[in-house]
Ligand binder design. Structure first.
Ligand code: GDP
Ligand code: IMO
Ligand code: MG
Length: 429
């Protein structure tokens, strides 16, 4: 079976990736984050305790797994260290188990400031970012002026790069707020201090992953955000600034684009979105609030309420196609327990064709067309065997498979590790 498995969100994030990573972790040797930063919030419930990871791969809780932060991740060292400190209590020292690429780009305080200042001043184009400096940090990466991990260990280069950065950022910041200027020496001192703490974690991710591959070990690539937030393929401009689709793995981790053996897609049994942007199946009335409350739909990073709506199979099947999905894990089916009717969007009516809509992701003026299914009263919550599901829930799952063109290989029936139905296990045991 598969040695390299990718695990991606197929919607607008928060599909339950952290929980599914946790389920698979017992059978993997290494885990890699390859894009995004601490905008992610991946929740695990372990022995009744809630743990949220933002930057560390969720597999870090499993003591025998080596974890990697690849070159495509944008790293706030403040966020990384505070996560390592928070995690110490339940996973102990991770020095031997975490490798940070020396080519990863850093999020500096000025990225965070400008992200927040811009968002505050925007009216029509407000994105609703997490305010964590992600967009500006990636702008610098593409603009070839990022400060990378390796630069931290060359004080001369670091000073020059920080000087150049402040030349731009203090100018930009001033436009919004005169009082928030950044000081070069303070920033340099902070970076040099943080470099000392980071040193034992810094390594060569590409060659280490190559070794894992040669030894036939199992490596999991943990996506952050979701396919519809990909800056190239998603609902631009209401996206994040990285490739959160399958294509982000090769350049973000440093592996070949053909090296993924199994692409696992995670989708909720309904849809949620945090922040601004089009959302055709959004429900503002009673059922929307029902899903939000029952699903605990509050952002794991920012605490913002998540917008809720029916499953959109037009977008889901598009994500399945673009990400070469071999199997879907459908999560939070238990949240639908007790509804009288359940809808799935199977098409849009619009002046544009479906092809035109998906090319431009122009979702503002589409009218969702739904298939309506009978709901179920018999709970699915906590079920671990497919045959224990009620008939309506099985019909719902089969409808999802039919509309999306992929098999639902796993079904998550609750937030805990053990709340899972496995129909086809994507890894070798
Ligand atoms: P991620 O960003 O994709 O890892 O997802 P989040 O952790 O941000 O959000 C998913 C939320 O749903 C978390 O609070 C999980 O504990 C919870 N969760 C995951 N799977 C299930 C499930 O099958 N049922 C229920 N009720 N909750 C789930
Ligand atoms: P996980 O990994 C849901 C959204 C933000 C905003 C947009 C851009 O937990 O699924 P950014 O700060 O990235 O520039 O914000 O992307 N966003 C997420 N939404 N889950 C996430 O991560 C997200 N990360 C970013 O809400 O709409
Ligand atoms: Mg999340």
């Amino acid at each position: 079976m598969s040695n390299s498995i990718s695990l991606l969100g197929l919607q607008w994030g928060d599909e339950g990736k952290g929980k599914v990573v946790d389920v698979l972790s017992k059978d993997i040797d290494a885990a890699v984050r390859y894009q995004g930063g601490h905008n992610a919030g991946h929740t695990l419930i372990v022995d009744g305790k809630k743990i949220v990871f933002h930057l560390l791969p969720s597999s870090i809780c499993h003591k025998n797994i080596k974890c990697f932060l690849g070159r495509g991740v944008v790293i706030s060292l403040d966020a990384l260290f505070s996560e390592i400190d928070d995690a110490f209590e339940f996973i102990g020292d991770i020095k031997e188990r975490l490798v940070v690429s020396n080519a990863a780009c850093l999020i500096q305080s000025y990225h965070i400031k400008i992200d927040q200042l811009r968002e505050r001043s925007r009216s029509g184009t407000k994105i609703g970012t997490t305010g964590r400096g992600i967009g500006p940090a990636y702008e610098d990466r593409v603009g070839r002026r990022s400060i990378r991990v390796a630069d931290l260990f060359d004080p001369k280069v670091l000073k020059i790069k920080l000087e150049e950065a402040l030349d731009i950022y203090n100018f930009l910041i001033k436009r919004h707020d005169e009082t928030q200027q950044e000081d070069l020496n303070e920033l340099l001192d902070l970076n040099l201090k943080q470099a000392e703490r980071l040193k034992p974690f810094v390594g060569n991710v590409i060659s280490e992953l190559k070794k894992y591959k040669e030894e036939g070990k199992v490596v999991l690539f943990e996506g952050a955000q979701g396919a519809l937030l990909d800056y190239s393929l998603g609902t631009y401009p209401f996206v994040t600034s990285s490739n959160s689709s399958l294509g982000g793995i090769a350049p973000g981790a440093g592996v070949s684009a053909t090296s993924i053996d199994y692409s696992l897609g995670i989708s909720k049994a309904y849809t949620t979105r945090v922040g601004e942007g089009p959302f055709p199946t959004e429900l503002n009335e009673e059922i929307g609030s029902y899903l939000a409350e029952k699903g605990g739909e509050v952002g794991a990073s920012t605490g913002r309420p998540r917008r809720c709506g029916w499953l959109d199979a037009v977008l889901l099947s598009h994500s399945v196609y673009l990400n070469g999905i071999d199997g879907i894990c459908l999560t939070k089916i238990d949240v639908l327990d007790g509804l009288e009717t359940i809808k799935i969007c199977s098409d849009y009516s619009s002046a544009l064709t479906r092809e035109e809509i998906l090319e431009s992701m122009a979702l503002n003026d589409v009218e969702p067309q739904y298939v309506e299914l009978e709901g179920w009263q018999e709970p699915t919550a906590g079920i671990q065997n497919f045959n224990d599901l009620n008939d309506q829930a099985i019909l719902f799952i089969e409808k999802v498979e039919e509309l999306c063109g992929a098999k639902v290989v796993m079904i998550s029936t609750g937030p805990r590790r053990e709340d899972i139905i496995i129909r086809e296990y994507p890894l070798k045991r």
